[in-house]
Write a protein that binds this ligand. Structure first.
Ligand code: ADP
Ligand code: MG
Length: 278
């Protein structure tokens, strides 16, 4: 290959910020020399390589900016373990229509049943679908906005939480809010109302929200806006964490040497492995 042409190609790709094509130029040309694709197919290959790289990079940046606690997908969720969840409802949410309509999703249930996992899974779909997202716990949110209010910067800081198309507010209700916290929360829900989606998780049912916000009226006002365009997913069931601990406990409790000797313990093991494949 003519060095002069290669240098000019690299220069042009760099100037046009076709980063990946620039990096892979030699190997793309080598492949083409071997496989002799049609001109149009070769061009398609180069541009597709660049496009896929960019999409992956945008995904990475958006995921980082979303500050998710962990990166779990809905495909990793075991729906058989949690039959109180209607999988069709989750499939509908996966279409991301609720985001286009600025609707909300509220996941209710006791600890460990998968509320945060589903919220994170939905957000990862949203990011893939081109939406910006931000994850924060209710406690951190209220602390952060409370601090901004004391410094006279509430409006400015509020934008951080109104800008992303999807905001996840995790763990509403684990800690009760003081009156200022409740007012700030109300302001945020109002500011996002019909403009962006909130995915909220809570261990408290709606009837307990008066106690969470320390005031029935403000709780009702928050719920009124939150529930207007919304899907509630009520998860009733066992904690997945507990199940994993229980299973670990079963295996750990049996000393390896005595496993075969004791028929009683064998039954326990069979039960355990039956549970594992359930
Ligand atoms: P919480 O309801 O308290 O928010 P999480 O969603 O954080 O619970 O779930 C606790 C842990 O158990 C997480 O690691 C999550 O990925 C996992 N988990 C919960 N439910 C399931 C499930 N049905 N299938 C797979 N993993 C699950
Ligand atoms: Mg959680």
């Amino acid at each position: 290959m003519n060095h002069n042409v290669m240098d000019r190609l690299h220069d042009l790709l760099a100037q046009l910020t076709l980063v990946q094509a620039d990096i892979l130029l030699e190997s793309l040309l080598e492949c083409a020399a071997k496989e002799q694709p049609a001109y149009a197919d070769f061009l398609l290959e180069v541009l597709t390589t660049e496009k896929e790289f960019r999409t992956a990079r945008i995904m990475q940046t958006r995921t980082r900016m979303a500050s998710l606690p962990y990166a779990k997908t809905l495909a990793q969720f075991d729906f058989l373990f949690q039959p109180s969840i209607d999988e069709r409802q989750i499939k509908e949410l996966q279409t991301l229509r609720f985001i286009s309509e600025s609707g909300n999703v509220i996941l209710l249930g006791p600890p460990g049943v998968g509320k945060t996992h589903i919220a994170v899974g939905l957000v990862m779909e949203a990011i893939r679908g081109g939406f910006g997202a931000y994850f924060i716990t209710a406690n951190d949110l209220v602390n952060d906005l409370g601090k901004a209010a004391r410094e006279g910067k509430l409006d400015q800081r509020m934008r951080q939480y109104t800008r992303p198309k999807v905001l996840i507010v995790d763990e509403v209700g684990y800690l009760p809010l003081d009156p200022i916290g409740a007012t700030i929360f109300f302001q945020l829900v109002s500011a996002r109302y019909e403009r962006g989606s909130i995915i909220l998780t809570s261990n408290k049912s709606y009837t307990d929200w008066g106690a969470v916000f320390g005031d029935q009226t403000i709780a009702a006002a928050i719920l009124d806006r939150l529930l207007h365009h919304s899907t509630t997913i009520n998860i009733r069931g066992e904690s997945y964490r507990l199940k994993e601990r229980k299973r670990a406990g079963l295996f750990a409790a049996v000393p390896p040497a005595s496993m075969e000797a004791s028929p009683k313990r064998n039954v326990t093991l069979q039960e355990a492995s039956a549970d594992a494949t359930a």
